[in-house]
Design a protein around this ligand. Structure first.
Ligand code: TEU
Ligand code: CA
Length: 542
């Protein structure tokens, strides 16, 4: 029998960009409350909220200065409690972002820690003496520069794997760990239903930081997660999902195997890393191959079946919009390719995550016309480094990279209506609304039975109706086919067949003529051996 989180459909809300309720141009908690029935009617059962805590906003809330306070831009603790109560009343659970690899440099722990070498909180963070007059190692910060920041006052460096304003916590310190666990229990006692754990596989650093060893899946990470599980999670009906860049299926079994005593699920990054450049990362894009995408996704399906549980996602607040990445956002293909991607993902085994606006087929943000229009710290810092300081990319090359993969592609405001600012705000939005909200918006799609939104509702309904989607195993067909993804699921004598044409050109394949009853299709019959542009079909054999 599947657990509630295995039957769940998660809807990810990026609060800053979801709905502004008071006209300051920033989404907020009361704005989310206005749309809870929209989320329920989509068929989602869980909301994952990106960070809503007190923050100086160096990294849009991933730099937390108080874990037990709400960012005043988003509202108050009372607003949060009202949101939680409203959500629960509608049968929606709320999972919080847990960011405990690092805090803000304005967190009281760090304010204390940097005061002096013998401060009681010194060891809550990772301080090191210079080595031969330099930082202890060559690690780069996630948002540019060195991962080490020199602190003049105390004559040591502190480690920050992300921005300078995001010092890494020292997980080797048991007092620090106990404080984190107490904070987690406090939120669970307040009624939240689980945690999405930010870069949780980075928390254990190698004992010798000069050794060249990596911080990914460090030496004590499994001990810490087992300890956290015992101290906080055990015996509670909560859901946990670890954000784990660089993790393989074999490592996923360690973190989230059914008997791991650590997490329920992890997020793989292997499919997100397709097409990235060796030197320039996301800023120089290469063509991605469907054969590779299928190989990665299929490997996770097979390796985890019966042993662990997949989290299924195409995009989130850090990634470009999937219709612009693996689909085709040209007007004549956008709807069909968004439907294809949704169907292919939602018929896999695992818990699907829908990132806000994905269910509308929202696209990348080509209206952001120059660096001045961007807000994301990663984008802004990379532009400074690659274009201005080092002249490695021209402004035109960099803008192409930004249009393909800046995090701000995902962060433009939710498109509710065709009205001014898409109904997101009555004020000036913190990041420009995409002008394509004139045609791509929730109001229009709610009134259209053929919309991407209507399709997502059908997919979540199909998941409730057909246990094979949650329970069945997975078999990839035609692994080397460069244009068609075809797979079968098996369960108790039933077969679910999925076939999808990832291109604009029609293709003819014997396997496209699905046996059984067609339960979902994005084109009308005939459903023979020819697949039209971005055609997808699903059939069930009993
Ligand atoms: O992201 C961690 C991460 O590894 C990347 O996906 C990140 O977005 C970026 O591409 C680094 O180059 C998590 C959060 O999801 C992200 O929003 C935060 O900025 C980051 O951690 C730091 O907390
Ligand atoms: Ca607001």
């Amino acid at each position: 029998m599947a657990t509630w989180w295995q039957n769940a459909v998660v809807y990810q809300v990026y609060p800053r960009s979801f709905q502004d309720s008071n006209g300051d141009g920033i989404g907020d908690l009361n704005g989310i409350r206005e749309h809870l029935t929209y989320i329920r009617d989509l068929g989602a059962t869980v909301i994952w909220l990106n960070p809503v805590y007190a923050t100086p906003n160096a990294d849009n809330g991933y730099d937390i200065s108080d874990y037990q306070a709400i960012n005043p831009e988003f509202g108050t603790m009372a607003d949060f409690q009202a949101l939680l109560a409203d959500a629960h009343a509608l049968g929606l659970r709320i999972v919080m972002d847990l960011v405990v690899n690092h805090t803000s440099d304005e967190h009281p722990w760090f304010v204390e820690s940097r005061r002096s070498r013998d401060n009681a909180k010194r060891d809550y963070y990772i301080w090191r003496d210079p080595v031969a007059g330099h930082a202890p190692n060559q690690w780069g910060g996630g948002f540019g520069g060195s991962a080490w920041q020199w602190d003049e006052a105390t004559g040591q460096y502190y480690l920050h794997l992300f921005a300078t304003k995001q010092p890494d916590l020292n997980w080797e310190n048991p007092a620090m760990r106990a404080d984190v666990y107490a904070m987690m229990r406090w939120w669970l006692d307040a009624g939240v239903d689980g945690f999405r754990m930010d870069v949780i596989n980075f928390i254990s650093k190698p004992a010798d930081l000069t050794s060249g060893a990596s911080f990914v899946n460090g030496p004590h990470v499994h001990e810490y997660l087992q300890e956290m599980n015992q101290a906080v999670l055990a015996g509670r009906e909560v859901m946990t999902v670890g954000e784990t860049p660089g993790v393989t299926p074999a490592q996923a079994l360690q973190y989230a195997g059914f008997d791991s005593g650590e997490l329920n699920m992890v997020f793989t990054f292997q499919h997100m890393d397709l097409g990235l450049d060796r030197e320039y990362g996301r800023w120089v894009q290469h063509p991605w191959s469907l054969v590779e995408l299928k190989r990665i996704m299929s490997q996770w399906q097979v390796a985890l079946h019966g042993k662990a549980w997949n989290s299924l996602y195409w995009n989130n607040h850090d990634q470009p919009r999937v219709v612009s990445r693996f689909g085709n956002d040209a007007p004549q293909w956008r709807v069909q390719s968004a439907k294809l991607l949704a169907a292919v993902l939602h018929c896999l085994q695992g818990t699907p995550y829908i990132y806000q606006g994905e269910e509308l087929g929202m696209t990348n943000a080509y209206h952001l016309a120059s660096i001045a229009d961007y807000r994301d710290i990663e984008t802004v810092n990379a532009y400074q480094e690659l274009v201005i300081d080092q002249h490695k990319l021209t402004p035109t090359q960099m803008l192409a990279g930004m249009h393909a993969s800046s995090r701000d592609n995902a962060r433009t405001p939710m498109q509710w209506t065709a009205a001014a600012n898409a109904g997101f705000t009555t004020g000036t939005p913190w990041l420009a609304v995409n002008p394509n909200h004139a045609t791509i918006n929730a109001a229009a799609e709610a009134a259209d039975a053929d919309s991407v939104l209507a399709w997502y509702r059908q997919l979540t309904a199909l998941r409730r109706e057909l246990p094979i989607i949650v329970e069945g195993d997975y078999e990839l067909l035609l692994p080397d086919d460069p244009q068609v993804w075809a797979y079968r699921r098996h369960w108790q004598g039933q077969t679910l067949n999925v076939v999808a044409n990832f291109g604009t050109e029609p293709v003819t394949r014997e396997a496209a003529d699905l046996p059984g009853e067609v339960v979902l299709a994005n084109y009308p019959a005939p459903h023979g051996t020819t697949l039209r542009g971005y055609e997808v079909r699903v059939s069930l054999q009993k």
